[in-house]
Each structure stands twice: as structure tokens, then as C-alpha cells.
Design a protein around this ligand. Structure first.
Ligand code: ZN
Length: 416
């Protein structure tokens, strides 16, 4: 994008903030803010506001392309250096990003920064996510709106909120703020007083619990009994979750490969499948006959199952976001300067459609773009594409979205 596009964006952002009263984050006077401009998410930080009124005035007057706030609460949020701010605690953030979770769709594009090849994910049979089929280097995925992917993401977000945060940790729904990230995922802000004063190590333990990394499954079982006893579907926490999932998989599985997909070793999977009806009945009673012999294999399989059914699906995600108490995160209900989408606060997760409900920019002005390639997708209530190597005039909202993905370039502005 160019400076000319940046100017159009700043105008559109200003008009948006002049007509929308964005709620300030709770305890606004204790938060540090950072703002960004064209292509740079943070150019200035250590900003603070004494009230929501002042925060809103800043948005109206400056219309920053990015605005983030500290998850931490400070005595003096604008003081420098960091140590002078006087930290009083911090919220906890969980991030879900479709890219990090490997939720690719056949419509997505891949491109390789190393050798320059690119293509459509669905046209490659056996495309290995993240690997360039030409040179084997890491490939980047360019994602387009896909309702199926949104559903998958929402399932994981919902599991984290309902089963883990509310269920296992007993956090009230009113202390959880659920937001679209403004790009490819969701941010869950936990503002519970019970978490506020936790240090890095305690936060890491929570993350390890949620991802299943910190779960020692040997404590699930009593192998001194014959046959061994283990989790029942009615148990709380991870134990019940594992038992329920195994019963669910076994009840629907056609062959052993479906267990293997969840991390169970092939040998154990075949053994379980041979007597699966019987095994299901026993697990419902908390009896785990296959834990007796080759127990290491069985424990490793249950560990792998735990990780693969966690909300992060066993992916090596960057959990630093959840652990780092000094981080700034996009202010909910403000516009993401890269995509033009709102980091919208979500009331009902299941009816929320980011590409309809979080579109913040207007149609006008139209921009003249050269589109390299886009698949067919829905955005702002209309269907766009497919287009390949075409010059087109498109509304501002979808233009900015395509420019942010690097699949289109700006040619010349027509004020419409
Ligand atoms: Zn390559």
C-alpha cells in the first residue's frame, strides 16, 4: 500500500470514530496505551487517559490506525521506564489464530518467500501445511473468509471459555471479554480478580493445563488394581474430558486410523478397536483394561490424546501472549489498521460473522486495484471473485482487506 492509501484510511478511520462511541477498556486510567500508523502497529506508547471521555476524544482527533492497551494495571501508566509505572496486576489473554492452528481451507493461497512460487492450497493433493511444495521452505498461507473455518475456530474458543475458564477454573462469564482480533482469530480477555496478581510462572501453569502440556496422565490411573481403574465420562476436568472423548471416538470410528489421528499408537489403536464395544462399556464405568500391559505405550497415547483434544489441538502455539504481563493488545471495538476490520466485542459467538459484523470501513471511495488472484468469497454481504490478473474498481472496505493480504495492488484513486 502507499501513503495515498494511508491518507484515505486515516480519513475513513476519523469518520468512523467521530460517529461511534468506542467503550474504553475497564479501569482506563490504569492502562498504558500504544498507537500505530501505516504499516507499524506501535509507533508511540506510554500514553494514558484519565477517563473514557478523554480516550474517546483522542480517537476522534487522532484516529490512529492501530490502538493497543496494556493488559496490566499501573499506578502511573504513562511513566517511563516500565519499572516506574508501578504494576498492580494484569488481565490474562488467550489468543486463537487460524494460521497458528493450521486451519487452512482449500480456497486459501500459499506462497513461498524463498523461491517465489505460489498457488491455491486445494489444488495440491496432500499439501503439507506450511511447507513449499517446490523448495521445501516454510510457505506462508494467505487466508480468505471461509465459514467452515470460522465454525472450527469458534468450537475451540467456546471450549476454552465454557469448559476450561468457566468450568475448570470457575471464572464468571462476566469476567471474560470475547473479541474478534480484527484479522484471523479471536482474543479472550480474562479480567478476573482471582487471576490478576498471578506471576509469569503461575500463568504458564494455566497455559500448560489448557494446552494439555502440563498434564501427567499417570495420575489418572490406578494400575495397582486389576483391571486398572481410570477416568469416567462423568469425572471433572481433564479426566472426564479424556474419557468422554475416547467414548465418542470409539462410538463413531470405522477403523483404528481414527484413534491414531488423535495420537493413539497404531498397535494400541488396533487392540482397542478389536473389542471396542466392550471397551466403551468399561470406560463408562472407569475401567481401563488396556492400560495393564505395555503401560508406557498406553500412557504416551493418552498424553497425545489429551494434547490433541485441547483447544489448541496439540499445535505448537506461541503462548507467550498469555504469560507476558507487559504486553499491549488491540483495544476491543477499534479498527485494525491492516485489515479495516473491527476488533469487535462479541455478544453471541455462534451468530457472529467477522466478514459481515466487523466490517468498519465504508464502500466509498472506490479504489482501482490490480488483483493478482482471489478466490470466490463473501465479504460485507456480497460475493467477490474469483478474479485473476484483473484491473478492477472495488469498494474501500474490500479493497483494504485485499491490499492487506498482498494479493492486490493499488493503481489510482477515483473519488466516488
Ligand atoms: Zn519455495
Amino acid at each position: 500500500m502507499s501513503e495515498a492509501v494511508a491518507r484515505i484510511l486515516r480519513d475513513a478511520f476519523r469518520r468512523y470514530y467521530q460517529s461511534h462511541a468506542v467503550p474504553a477498556p475497564p479501569s482506563v486510567e490504569k492502562r498504558e496505551f500504544g498507537v500505530g500508523d501505516y504499516g507499524r502497529k506501535i509507533v508511540r506508547r506510554h500514553i494514558s487517559f484519565v477517563s473514557e471521555r478523554e480516550f474517546r476524544r483522542y480517537l476522534r482527533e487522532h484516529a490512529p490506525l492501530y490502538i493497543s492497551y496494556s493488559i496490566a494495571y499501573f499506578k502511573k501508566p504513562d511513566a517511563q521506564p516500565m519499572e516506574a509505572k508501578g504494576i498492580e496486576g494484569a488481565d490474562m489473554i488467550f489468543e486463537f489464530d487460524a494460521d497458528e492452528l493450521g486451519l487452512f481451507s482449500p480456497n486459501d493461497l500459499w506462497h513461498c518467500p524463498n523461491c517465489g512460487s505460489r498457488g491455491v492450497v486445494g489444488e495440491l493433493r496432500g499439501f503439507r501445511a506450511g511447507v513449499c511444495p517446490n523448495c521445501g521452505d516454510p510457505a506462508k498461507i494467505i487466508m480468505f473468509p471461509d465459514p467452515g473455518r470460522e465454525e472450527r475456530l469458534k468450537e475451540e474458543v467456546d471450549t476454552l471459555v465454557k469448559d476450561f475458564l468457566m468450568g475448570d477454573f470457575g471464572i464468571s462469564r462476566t469476567e471474560i471479554s470475547l473479541n474478534f482480533s480484527g484479522n484471523r482469530g479471536y482474543h479472550i480477555h480474562v479480567r478476573s480478580p482471582s487471576l490478576r496478581e498471578l506471576d509469569k510462572e503461575a500463568r504458564q501453569e494455566i497455559v500448560d493445563y489448557v494446552t494439555g502440556r502440563g498434564i501427567d496422565v499417570r495420575y489418572f490411573f490406578d494400575v495397582s488394581r486389576v483391571p486398572p481403574r481410570g477416568p469416567k465420562p462423568t469425572d471433572g476436568g481433564w479426566k472426564g474430558r479424556v474419557a468422554r472423548k475416547l467414548v465418542e471416538i470409539l462410538s463413531g470410528a470405522k477403523d483404528a486410523s481414527e484413534l491414531v489421528r488423535f495420537g493413539v499408537s497404531p498397535a494400541l489403536a488396533r487392540r482397542i478397536m478389536r473389542e471396542r464395544g466392550h471397551v466403551v462399556e468399561l470406560i463408562k464405568k472407569g475401567v481401563w483394561p488396556f492400560i495393564d500391559t505395555k503401560a508406557d505405550d498406553a500412557f504416551a497415547s493418552v498424553s497425545a490424546l489429551v494434547r490433541s483434544i485441547s483447544p489448541y489441538m496439540g499445535k505448537e502455539i506461541d503462548t507467550n501472549t498469555s504469560v507476558d504481563i507487559h504486553r499491549l493488545i488491540r483495544v476491543p471495538d477499534t479498527i485494525h489498521g491492516g485489515t479495516g476490520l473491527l476488533a469487535k466485542r462479541i455478544r453471541d459467538l455462534w451468530s457472529f460473522d467477522p466478514y459481515r459484523d466487523a466490517v468498519a470501513l465504508p464502500e466509498r471511495p472506490y479504489l482501482n486495484l490490480h488483483v493478482e488472484y482471489i478466490p470466490e468469497f463473501e465479504f460485507a454481504g456480497e460475493v467477490w471473485g474469483p478474479l485473476e490478473d484483473k484491473n478492477v474498481e472495488l469498494p474501500l472496505h474490500v479493497s483494504v482487506y485485499l491490499l492487506s493480504k498482498g494479493v492486490a495492488s493499488w493503481r489510482l484513486t477515483t473519488q466516488g
